[in-house]
Design a protein around this ligand. Structure first.
Ligand code: FE2
Ligand code: FE2
Length: 268
């Protein structure tokens, strides 16, 4: 069965992983430097991103197995001292990849809905852009896939849950409208500014945000929203460990307020 495009970045890594597994199985200790090199180049990041991006789409058993096998491969990879250890490492790695390709990925393709898979594709493309900025071949694959990607629907809960950076996580623009999902950690947010051009609807998706509009302030939690009228002085501050909100407004000239990183805001 053809792999869903959102999982292709992981499957591309698996091609490299299977070559490494075979080298370890056949070459013993002589292949261990290659493991360390691949660990730094790709494997560690691959493991972390599978847990971050695929974990929320898996059942608890699959999540446990993902964590457990990643841990076993990391531990053995850094402790291997004999040809037998290296061969065992190769076998572990190969079996782990086969499990993901034959069971885990098909399960995700079967159980995730199209909005979740579309949002995963968005997050996976961002991961590839980050990782392959200096690799022209992979960068081109990302660009080609993104040009055909639909960006008018998203699973905001999933995207806010997997956010690993501050600020914009996802956005869409139609002829008339603009929507941007932003994520913050405690005390961070959008610094005070005035926008004279458009009204902005702020919808809290995760955590709690404090919205200051003029001299008023109000705190929003998931599912709560407020309208900021144009011309009002406003700021948004995350007042929980993490928070995410969707800003929606009429399309306008680009105006990007600076983001604010400061000590935790006072609560209450
Ligand atoms: Fe994995
Ligand atoms: Fe994998």
């Amino acid at each position: 069965m053809k792999r869903h495009p959102s999982l292709e970045p992981f499957s591309r890594d698996h091609n490299d992983g299977l070559i490494l597994a075979r080298r370890l199985s056949e070459g013993g200790m002589a292949a261990l430097p290659l493991f360390h090199q691949e660990w730094e180049r790709e494997l560690r990041d691959h493991f972390e991103e599978e847990v971050r991006l695929l974990g929320p789409l898996c059942g608890p058993d699959a999540q446990d197995r993902l964590h457990r096998e990643h841990g076993q491969i990391q531990t053995l990879g850094h402790a291997a001292a004999t040809d037998d250890d290296a061969a065992r490492l190769g076998k572990l790695l190969e079996e782990h990849i086969r499990w993901e390709e034959r069971e885990l990925f098909p399960e995700i393709e079967r159980t995730a809905d199209s909005l979740q898979l579309g949002s995963l594709a968005h997050a996976a493309a961002a991961l590839e852009r980050r990782r392959w900025a200096s690799d022209a071949r992979r960068a081109e694959l990302v660009a080609r896939r993104e040009s055909g990607a639909a960006t008018t629907a998203a699973d905001l809960g999933y995207l806010s849950r997997v956010a690993d950076d501050l600020g914009p996580q996802w956005g869409m623009e139609s002829e008339d409208l603009n929507a941007t999902l932003l994520a913050w950690t405690m005390g961070n947010g959008v610094e005070e500014h005035v926008n004279d051009e458009v009204d902005v609807l702020v919808l809290a998706v995760e955590g709690r945000i404090e919205l200051r509009i003029g001299d008023d302030s109000l705190t929003l939690g998931p599912g709560q929203m407020a309208l900021i009228p144009k011309g009002a002085r406003r700021s948004i501050t995350c007042v929980s460990d993490r928070a995410a909100h969707l800003n929606i407004h009429k399309r306008r000239r680009k105006l990007m307020p600076g983001s604010l990183q400061r000590p935790p805001a006072r609560q209450g």
